[in-house]
Ligand binder design. Sequence first.
Ligand code: NAD
Length: 304
Amino acid sequence: MSQVLDGKAHADRMLEEVRQGVEARLAQGKRAPALAVVLVGDDPASHVYVRNKTAACAKVGIRSLEHRLAADTPQAALDALIDQLNADPGVDGILVQLPLPQGLDAKRALHRISPAKDVDGFHPVNQGLLLEGLPGLRPCTPTACMSLLAHHGVALKGLRAVVLGRSEIVGKPMALMLLEQHATVTIAHSRTKDLPAVCREADLLVAAVGRPGLVEGSWIKPGAVVVDVGINRVEDEALGAAIFAAEPKKLETLRAKGGVLCGDVRFGEAMAVASAVTPVPGGVGPLTIAGLLANTLAASNQDA
Ligand code: NAD
């Protein structure tokens, strides 16, 4: 039976470090870091994420400044708000919650944020710094995954790592961070031939795809470490019966509640093969918010 890598416990450790960093700033007579969150429209999941981020900010002493805009906000008005936040010396970090409503260009908004305040690490300047291995604000989810792996003593040097998914938010930056730590990295994706065989080569498998239960136990090399970034809600009972065959409790929850959260990896099957696995929920999810707040603190200390 493999080890469950507890993301919640590690997120608490990361948040405690941020809290101490905020305290140190205050002790030097500086103001608390401030994170501006821009929420456009009524996407229910986005509202939940923003509420969680606000609550986490409160816990560590970061000021959270919410800017809510209507779903029919024109791009020019969103641009103007970002310009205003860029120019505001009382704002250290700016986060534009994705997805944006139809008609708004997310890339344009993200590229407009000042790189120094880009706490999501999505600006091309920050992505470029990461590519060059230079310090900058880095994407929160892969940064937090790296922190979790370091905490658990996963030795990355020379390791065969497979990153499943090539998004700018998770897959690509995760691959670059693993490469920086001297892993031998393969990026696999929807066009990869014989995905199970590629995954089976991995001593470290990171799944960031958004397909519930895509990774079966038979895709995992015995003893591998598995990081499951995917967050999916499954409501279909037939799909649930297939992917939760080794997790009867998940299937029960699905039947009782009409839906259940799961990752891209079949957790129950992975637990029988891997040496360590992150669960969903309670794995990478809580770490991402902790990474965001660490970035906000770092952004506020750029003036130090
Ligand atoms: P995305 O949709 O931008 O990218 C998905 C990637 O998976 C693509 O590169 C695509 O090539 C690949 N892919 C899609 N279908 C595939 C298949 N059948 N086989 C192999 N590869 C396939 O998604 P994203 O933003 O990178 O997010 C991925 C998942 O991670 C989602 O479930 C998302 O909700 C989750 N996520 C979680 C956190 C967190 O905090 N835990 C943060 C960000 C994203």
